[in-house]
Design a protein around this ligand. Structure first.
Ligand code: NAD
Length: 486
């Protein structure tokens, strides 16, 4: 085992920090219940901190069991009117929310970056525009639900409990809320404990859009709030995005009940590079696949499968490209790799990386200036990885890629499918027929060809195996929120 490090930032950029002067955050945010912000019943507030500076940003309510009960009561009261609203009227609210997200996009991008640590370039160009696009997309479906699911008569399910993780806070909220509301359901959304702020700004947007009280509830809190929400009487459906371990717990809790469930869980996705691929493009795709959002991406291309004949060339190009990634202040518009979301997540990454070294893989970590405060992990590449190593099996959820090799197409498929997960995959080849053949043999919900981490509200997203079940996005994303009457 050797550790090589290098720094190859070949030119310096002047700092280009985005200003936070224009945002208007309150010191304290309560729970958004019945169309207004309220104090939690037991009065508990916790600070949400900026992971790039470790400074507190605001205090946020920590929802307890009584708050869950109040949220469900308010949602149940709002449901009949919302479900009975004319389709086009429901659509108007969704269009309004989409436009308000666009109007407040600069503010939302800055707050997303401060609360979660992701580079501003990503929150500005990916998270916020895609969140608006999801509301626009499902606004358009509101009066076409029957066509979307190909059934003559459909009904909403009722009150939906939705739980999201911290890696794409506003975007995941939009993935959940937009289809649920379009289908005539009312929703209670629990944001993740480390990133509640943009969901609370979305609550303000719901007020500005004059959404009827109780149609959207935002219930900040930790895992125990989520666990109480899942088990609350009066919840008709649960939609969860997060870790496989928690997904399993929720599935066990709901077994034998009438509550419907969809799960979007973890992944260990294979990014497969064939020898006939355009290798420079593939390297850009590998970088985007694993270093986008510090690798805090459920579908990250964390298992890189390279055909043996081009292994050395791809690794050399990749290593050179990695050395040019800029790690640092997420508010700087030139930053490529921001802060790790929390101290706990940093510890998880460090534990798995140490396991990789202990098990005999070769680690290379880019050497760069690490800010003194905050949580950081420099881009890391593992070679000499065997399929049984933990770094080839477990989700690291950080900027760490594990390289495996293959000789034939059949071996590539076998290795890619050798995972308990099945969320996504990438295929890099110049041959269309090969791409389609491989894609149809892969057990993965999304397969990208000559691109990676490409998201669109019209396309379905979801997993196989331990990556979960149910789809979000496109017409397929309507199905989990509708009862097919006939
Ligand atoms: P996590 O499961 O710990 O937390 C996710 C959410 O669930 C948070 O809001 C948390 O408060 C809540 N929660 C925790 N314990 C709970 C419980 N017992 N009952 C109900 N809710 C509970 O996951 P995380 O570490 O915050 O997020 C990272 C995980 O999310 C990764 O595994 C990643 O792959 C996955 N993820 C999946 C997708 C997808 O679409 N498949 C998208 C993003 C993230």
């Amino acid at each position: 085992m050797t550790i090589e490090t290098r720094t190859s930032i070949v030119w310096d950029y002047a700092p280009a920090p985005e200003s936070a002067d224009h945002i208007r955050l309150k010191d304290r945010y309560g729970l958004f219940v019945d169309g207004e912000f309220r104090d939690p019943r037991d009065g508990r507030y916790v600070s949400t901190i900026n992971p790039a500076t470790e400074e507190p940003i605001a205090e946020v309510a920590d929802g307890g069991p009584d708050d869950v009960t109040a949220a469900v009561e308010s949602a149940r009261a709002a449901y009949p009117k919302w479900a009975a609203l004319k389709d086009l009227e429901r659509a108007k609210y969704l269009f309004r929310i989409a436009r308000l997200i666009q109007e407040r996009s600069r503010e939302l991008a800055v707050v997303e970056t401060m609360d979660g640590g992701k580079p501003l370039r990503e929150s500005r160009d990916v998270d916020i525009p895609l969140a608006a696009a999801h509301f626009f997309h499902y606004a358009g479906w509101s009066d076409k639900l029957r066509y979307g699911v190909n059934a003559p008569e459909v009904e909403p399910l009722g009150v939906v409990g939705q739980i999201v993780p911290w890696n794409f806070p506003l975007l995941m909220a939009a993935w959940k809320l937009a289809p649920a509301l379009a289908c005539g359901n009312v929703a209670i959304l629990k944001p993740a404990e480390t990133t509640p702020l943009t969901a609370l700004l979305l609550a303000e947007i719901c007020q500005e859009a004059e959404l009827p009280p109780g149609v959207v509830t935002i219930l900040p809190g930790d895992g125990s709030t989520g666990a109480a929400l899942v088990r609350a009487p009066g919840i008709d459906k649960v939609a969860f995005t997060g870790s496989t371990a928690v997904g399993r717990d929720i599935q066990a809790a709901l077994a034998g009940t009438n509550t419907r469930l969809t799960l979007e869980l973890g992944g260990k996705s294979a990014n497969i590079v064939f020898e006939d691929a355009a290798l420079d493009q593939a390297v850009e795709g590998i970088v985007n696949g694993i270093f986008f959002n510090q690798g805090h991406v459920c579908c990250a291309g964390s298992r890189l499968l390279i055909q043996e004949s081009v292994r050395d060339e791809v690794i050399a190009k990749l290593w050179q490209r990695m050395g040019r990634l800029r790690l640092g202040d997420p508010m700087d518009k030139n930053t490529d790799v921001g802060a790790i979301n929390s101290a706990e997540q940093l510890e998880r990454i460090e534990t798995l990386v140490a396991a990789g070294e202990d098990e005999g893989a070769t680690r290379r970590t880019v050497s760069c200036d690490i800010p003194e405060r905050g949580y950081w992990f420099a881009p890391t590449l593992f070679t000499d990885v065997s399929p049984a190593h933990r770094i080839a099996v477990d989700e690291i959820f950080g900027p760490v890629v594990s390289v495996l090799t293959f000789r034939t197409q059949a071996e590539a498929i076998e290795k890619a499918n050798n995972s308990r997960y099945g969320l996504a995959a990438g295929i890099w080849t110049d041959k269309g027929s090969k791409a389609f053949e491989v894609a149809s043999a892969l057990k993965a919900g999304v397969v990208w060809q000559n691109t990676y981490n490409h998201f669109d509200p019209t396309a379905a997203f979801g997993g196989y195996k331990e990556s979960g079940f149910g789809r979000e996005g496109g017409p397929a994303g309507l199905r989990p929120y509708l009862k097919i009457v006939r």
